[in-house]
Design a binder for this molecule. Structure first.
Ligand code: UDX
Length: 450
């Protein structure tokens, strides 16, 4: 399809080295490759994708030598270094391709850049070279109005705010409260730096958003009004086309045979994603809550995710013994398979956007423990708008109660019902004639028109 007579297309996708960003980008690449486009993946040296999983793609390491900083307070600096480091390699690569194409013997290709919104250097290089740039957004659309308003809140002296205002709804962003806004704990300058990087001043030629029309209509309307370029809702990308595993960590598949032995909808699955770090005190409260809930659980604790410790060596031996009676603790799980398992009745999550979409797709109700970025927004929407999540305060008694409410209570039953309705709507959206399916076809036509 991507070969119109003499004309051929090369899509250069620029992936971010974060798990929650890399996975949807590689799914998108797999889809576009299936439509006949040639695919190049330009990536940081940090957390590189595995070329052997995608033999049809060309991989271009940017040799940037960036090091990860997953401390949210350092997000601005991390993104700046990553962008500064990657930029020259990316430009050099594109100039090489363009020069080679001047050679009459070389096959001519129309080059289109598709970049993760955190990899904003790709847009500026595309601008320098006169190439079209498309953004892929991997967080919820509702993050956009929340971030866009922050500069004006700062000007009005309403951000960051006094504690007494934290519970108040921000009128313009109903149902969000001040405390749900991203970067509320960052110094103003840092917050602005990250926002400027995420919301580009120069509009791209189009934006692909890993969301669905029916989930976030109001945010999408605001985004369309702001950018005035085509906005394609292509989510959930993990369900659009099967793609090889893109996991940065080794998946412990033993948890699936453990789940096979559990009763239907009896297990709470716990995972706080690929970035969040917690204090040992928080993890200890989580452990007591899980142990005291008397419900089976599958708990992912990423090595290095507890500040100052390698894994869970600080938990008291008696507590670990107690937990092993009815639960399993692993370092990384095949999450999509876990959520699809009939034994899983609830997902205690940090509400990263991929985790949220994956849980919605399986109709699994959520317990929400957000940290930063879009997670607080997703959590608020899960509890107030989509009504398939309960927000939690991390304290052992509360955890114990919330787990029971989700797994065996009436509320859990209602959220599960709601989850099944959302699941059905997603199934329709990705089926022939559905909104996401149509959007993806439009993306192909749009690229061919460039
Ligand atoms: C980050 C941000 O935290 C999030 O707010 C933003 O929306 C995307 O980028 P991350 O912390 O990685 O995301 O969370 P999430 O978006 O949920 O992505 C995590 C991915 O890792 C999911 O696709 C999930 O399936 C996968 N995962 C997680 C596993 O495969 N196994 C695990 O054990 C845990």
């Amino acid at each position: 399809m991507a070969n119109h007579g003499e004309k051929r297309w090369r899509l250069v996708l620029t992936a971010s080295p974060l798990q929650g960003h890399m996975t949807p980008m590689l799914h998108l690449a797999t889809f576009l490759h299936s439509k006949g486009f040639s695919i190049t993946i330009a990536h940081s040296n940090l957390n590189p994708p595995d070329p052997s999983s995608h033999p049809g793609f060309t991989f271009v390491p940017l040799n940037d030598m960036s090091t990860v900083n997953t401390d949210f307070a350092g997000a601005g600096q991390f993104l700046k270094t990553l962008n500064d480091n990657c930029r020259p390699y990316f430009k050099e690569h594109l100039v090489d391709i363009m020069n080679a194409q001047k050679d009459a013997a070389c096959e001519k290709e129309t080059i289109v850049i598709i970049h993760d919104n955190l990899m904003s250097f790709a847009a500026s290089v595309a601008g320098d070279l006169g190439l079209p740039a498309i953004i892929l957004r991997t967080s919820s659309a509702s993050t956009f109005p929340a971030m866009k308003i922050i500069p004006s809140l700062i000007q009005e002296g309403r951000f960051p705010v006094e504690d007494s205002m934290l519970q108040e709804i921000v009128q313009e962003l109903h149902p969000l409260r001040y405390k749900d806004l991203p970067f509320i704990n960052l110094p103003i300058q840092h917050a602005l730096e990250v926002i400027n990087m995420i919301i580009p001043k120069t509009p791209p030629v189009a934006i692909l958003w890993n969301t669905l029309e029916f989930l976030e209509p109001s945010a999408l309307a605001q985004i369309r009004d702001h950018y005035k370029v085509p906005i394609f809702t292509v989510g959930p990308l993990h369900k659009i086309i099967p793609a090889p595993s893109t996991s940065f960590y080794e998946e412990d598949t033993s948890c699936i045979s453990w789940l096979d032995k559990q009763a239907p909808k009896s297990v709470i699955y716990v995972s706080l994603g690929s970035i969040a770090k917690v204090d040992d005190k928080v993890l200890t409260e989580m452990a007591w809550g899980l142990a005291n809930s008397n419900q089976p659980f599958l708990w992912v604790v990423r090595p290095g995710s507890v500040k100052g410790f390698e894994w869970i060596e600080f938990l008291p031996e008696g507590l670990v013994h107690e937990m092993k009676l009815r639960g399993l603790i692993v370092k990384w799980a095949p999450q999509k398979e876990v959520l699809a398992h009939n034994a899983v009745g609830g997902f205690w999550s940090h509400c990263g956007w991929n985790s949220t979409l994956e849980s919605m797709f399986e109709g699994v109700p959520m317990v929400c423990q957000p940290f930063e970025l879009d997670q607080k927004i997703n959590s608020r929407y899960l509890s107030c708008v989509w009504k398939m999540g309960l927000e939690i305060v991390v304290e052992r008694k509360e955890i114990e109660g919330v787990i029971r409410r989700v797994l065996v209570g009436k509320e859990g039953e209602e959220m599960r019902q709601r989850g099944m309705e959302i699941k059905e709507k997603i199934r329709v959206a990705i089926s022939h004639g559905g909104s996401s399916n149509n959007s993806l076809n439009e993306v192909v036509d749009f690229i061919l028109s460039l």
